[in-house]
Design a binder for this molecule. Structure first.
Ligand code: AMP
Length: 420
């Protein structure tokens, strides 16, 4: 199927072509016709499936087909998404797909000064992309009115609930016109999401793509069993492979992310962290450096990384495995975007083995194990291991130096490098 067969207007077809897209992704092929005919939509899809274009393209088409009658522009479409990064990326997508139309839009999110956002709003926008907190804030100050919203999109609803935005969402819903078109997207559909969707959608058509397991199928996944204290050495060994131009590394905590970055920097690997403790502009800068490949390794926590969209990101490394199996899918979904190649490595210590089992259950397959690497797991029962011994094993993660009798160092450049 081609974009031409979706009855799209010329300015959109042109923009899509300029983006380099040739065929619609499955979510686009299914969702675009539904949105174009004005129906509500319940979409079960995660980022990486092309879902942003699946709603942005038909919204642009609907709004440009029926131009606003009012003199001053009013917000006709509102897209609410949980994180700043997602908001910015959605804003960029609208700009890209709508560049040959007269429509304009802006993005509002917290953590930055509000005055440039207020200035943009005062000029008048057709499309507003927002995170919930700043949106409500600007509404309460009278800078935003939702009275004229025709199409409302709730993006990443499951994440929204996870992040505690349910009350904000309810407040927004109360401020939206009853008569509107609503598009609801969520990567997962737990009961509370189904309930929320039921309460805000009107006779929705359902679209579900790439169930978790099939999305991850195109990503080459491998697991390395390794002692906790040797993870940094294993990471250094893997990064010794110059074919790895960039890698997104996930840690569980902000502190852990900073620690990994410091150690990589000491080993002259350009690395930056992206997490909630970083100021918004520092996060944006880190992301821009990573996209430009001036930073080779971006170390991220889950919330900060949600929605990070880096074209051609080939490597995702789970430095620590999350206890939530769905997080694994979201993490590795940063690579292999829209059918591109991707590789995901997971470092699994003894404590994380049960998380790995949950992940394998969710994705419905065993993740191949890399047997021959320099730091095989020795500490099978970390809880029972005497403290003294654990400390000994931890020498690989001693911070500033990579001890010279460390096996990683000895193996650098030797043929017996891990098979990955
Ligand atoms: P999303 O799921 O919206 O975060 O999109 C994931 C990635 O796929 C983004 O980098 C988009 O630019 C890209 N993309 C979206 N639609 C297409 C398409 N039809 N063909 C190729 N790439 C696409």
């Amino acid at each position: 199927m081609q974009f031409e067969s979706l009855q799209l207007i010329e300015p959109i077809l042109k923009a899509v072509k300029e983006e380099g897209y040739t065929t619609p992704t499955p979510i686009q092929a299914q969702a675009i016709p539904i949105v174009l005919k004005g129906s509500d939509l319940l979409g079960c899809a995660q980022t990486g499936t092309g879902k942003t274009a699946a709603f942005a393209i038909p919204i642009i088409q609907l709004l440009s087909a029926a131009p606003a009658t009012n003199q001053k522009k009013k917000i006709r479409s509102l897209i609410v998404t949980p994180t700043r990064e997602l908001a910015i990326q959605i804003g960029e997508s609208f700009k890209a797909y709508g560049r040959h139309t007269h429509l304009n839009g802006t993005v509002v999110f917290g953590g930055v000064g509000q005055s440039p956002q207020v200035t943009a709003l005062k000029r008048g926008v057709d499309i507003l992309v927002a995170t919930p907190g700043r949106l409500l804030d600007l509404m309460s100050q009278g800078y935003i009115s939702l009275h004229d919203v025709e199409i409302f999109v709730l993006d990443e609803a499951d994440r929204m609930l996870d992040m505690g935005f349910i009350h904000d969402v309810k407040k927004l819903l109360a401020a939206l016109p009853k008569k509107r078109q609503t598009l609801f997207f969520s990567a997962t559909m737990p009961p509370e999401i189904v309930k929320l969707a039921g309460s805000i959608l009107h006779q929705p058509e359902k679209v579900s793509v790439t169930p978790v397991s099939s999305t991850v199928d195109i990503i080459q996944q491998q697991v390395f069993f390794v002692d906790k204290g040797n993870k940094i050495s294993l990471l250094l060994e893997i990064l010794n492979d110059k074919n790895i131009k960039t890698a997104l590394v996930f840690t569980r905590t902000k502190h852990g992310a900073d620690k990994v970055v410091r150690t990589l920097q000491k080993h002259h690997i350009k690395a930056e962290a992206i997490h909630g403790n970083k100021a918004q502009n520092a996060r944006q800068r880190a992301l821009a450096n990573f996209k430009a490949q001036t930073t080779r390794v971006l170390v991220a926590t889950d919330i900060a990384a949600r929605g990070i969209d880096v074209d051609d990101l080939e490597y995702v490394i789970n430095y620590e495995i999350s206890n939530l199996p769905e997080t694994y899918v979201h993490r590795i979904g940063r690579t292999g975007r829209a059918g591109a190649r991707g590789t995901a490595f997971s470092f699994c210590d003894a404590e994380e083995k049960e998380y790995l089992r949950d992940i394998e259950k969710l994705i419905g397959k065993k993740i191949p194990v890399v047997e021959s690497h320099s730091f095989p797991l020795t500490d099978h029962h970390p809880v029972k291991a005497p403290k003294q011994q654990q400390g000994k094993r931890n020498t690989g993660y001693s911070g500033h130096k990579h001890s010279s009798n460390n096996s990683a160092k000895k193996n650098y450049g030797k043929p017996k490098t891990p098979r990955y």
